[in-house]
Design a binder for this molecule. Structure first.
Ligand SMILES: [Zn+2]
Ligand SMILES: [Zn+2]
Length: 407
């Protein structure tokens, strides 16, 4: 389908059992606002956006009472949700049960839960999603139960929750000082804007090998004897004839994976160098508006104070071919898979500070990099770079990666 696979909204209902649904440009299932869904035994793979999105807003009347109009309800059982171009599942307000699913290898998180999504997440296998396992965003007082799941092999966190209500109540002194500075905005019965209830995470979950940190492209391929697309474990996998690293159980899986793998495939050749003409890049300080509507000059970007050493060091010399370390960062938060999306690249001194579009570096950053400060979906990686042709060409070397930098 060009657009959404199946949609149920405004009282509509979906019952989908044992289908294979692939290659839609956006969501497969969109349930809401005010939709109902029973999704069981399906294979939901290779779609442009989330495998399943369900939500709709809880409305609020003047008396600050919550009104359920808009909230959706969905049950997701025993589905395989993999290789989708956003998160596997995204909940945006409603009541949900997610049980016995395999949620793996999605471009962002395995699951995103926010906007008052009451969720039971039971007995799922959540693995190898690019950002992490489960991210609980601003979910107010809605309870999330996470029980009996296997959450493994993520570069990022297994379960990540934004500032939680329980934690900030515990440290009430901190809360009082905060309240003096910024008046908390009540948004619902006992709810404060920007906070989430701590999820109930049971000891029956099996959390293994998450927070792996930055990985070399080769490292993400030699984890287990499993097909790179469907993750089937087999002794008879065939290797990609070009990189001899990616392996597949069938021709179909290889064809399905090639859409993305063709970019990563090149980086798996240790002698491959990504070369970008400087004339194809743009300076990164252009069009960055300030409060007064003017652009910042060079080097006047605001950086998080946690980035130790940013702005220090020796600027790279464009007439030399000496290697220096750059940070490559993916752009806008929560965007669909798009290998031509702009990346930001800068060195420690921020004198070299450009935007460029390059599918191999996009894959390097998103597949091998770690989440930046706010841990939503923006990623970063450090890489060796050097100039060529008197600064007209910038080369990115991935034969080895530099040590992790604090800036
Ligand atoms: Zn396969
Ligand atoms: Zn390959």
């Amino acid at each position: 389908m060009r657009q959404i696979g199946i949609e149920a909204r405004e009282g509509g209902a979906i019952r989908a059992i044992n289908n294979t649904i692939s290659n839609n440009q956006t969501h497969v299932f969109a349930i809401g606002p005010n939709g109902y869904g029973y999704i069981s035994g399906n294979i939901i793979q290779g779609n442009g956006a989330e495998g399943v999105w369900s939500g709709g807003n809880f409305k609020q009347d003047e008396s600050m009472e919550m009104n359920e109009e808009g909230a959706s309800r969905a049950v997701l059982n025993d589905n395989i949700i993999r290789q989708n171009g956003l998160s596997g599942i995204s909940f945006d307000g409603g009541y949900f049960e997610v049980k016995g699913n395999k949620i793996t290898f999605n471009w962002l998180w395995g699951m995103m839960v926010k906007s008052r999504s009451y969720s039971y997440i039971l007995d799922n296998e959540i693995s190898e999603n690019k950002c992490g396992g489960i991210r609980i965003g601003i979910n107010y007082t809605a309870a999330v139960f996470i029980n009996g799941n296997t959450i493994r092999d993520h570069i990022g966190p297994s379960i990540y929750t934004v500032s939680s209500i329980e934690n900030s109540l515990k440290t009430s002194r901190r809360r009082k000082t905060l309240e003096k500075k910024v008046k908390p905005i009540p948004v619902g019965d006992g709810e404060i804007n920007g906070e989430s209830r701590e999820p109930f995470i049971f000891s029956t979950n099996f959390l293994n090998d998450n927070e792996r940190g930055i990985q070399h492209p080769q490292d993400i391929f030699c984890m287990i004897e499993a097909c790179c697309f469907c993750r089937k474990i087999s002794q008879q996998l065939k290797f990609c004839s070009r990189c001899k690293k990616a392996k597949y159980c069938s021709k179909d899986c290889q064809t399905n994976h090639w859409i993305q793998h063709k970019h990563m495939c090149k980086l798996l050749n240790a002698s491959y160098v990504v070369e970008v003409q400087m004339s194809d890049t743009e300076p990164n300080n252009l069009g960055r508006p300030t409060e007064h509507g003017k652009s910042y000059g060079a080097n006047q970007r605001a950086f998080d104070p946690k980035l130790v050493g940013i702005g220090k060091g020796t600027p790279p010399d464009s007439s030399s071919c000496k290697r220096f370390i750059v940070k490559i960062q993916s752009g806008r938060e929560y965007g669909c898979y798009d290998p031509y999306k702009k990346l930001i690249v800068y060195d420690q001194t921020v004198t070299f500070d450009i935007q460029l579009s390059n599918p191999e570096l996009y894959h390097l950053c998103n597949e091998c990099g770690v989440l930046t400060g706010h841990k939503v979906t923006t990623k970063k990686i450090f890489c060796w770079a050097s100039f060529k042709n008197n600064g007209q060409t910038i080369c990115f070397h991935t034969d080895n990666l530099p040590p992790f930098q604090t800036w």
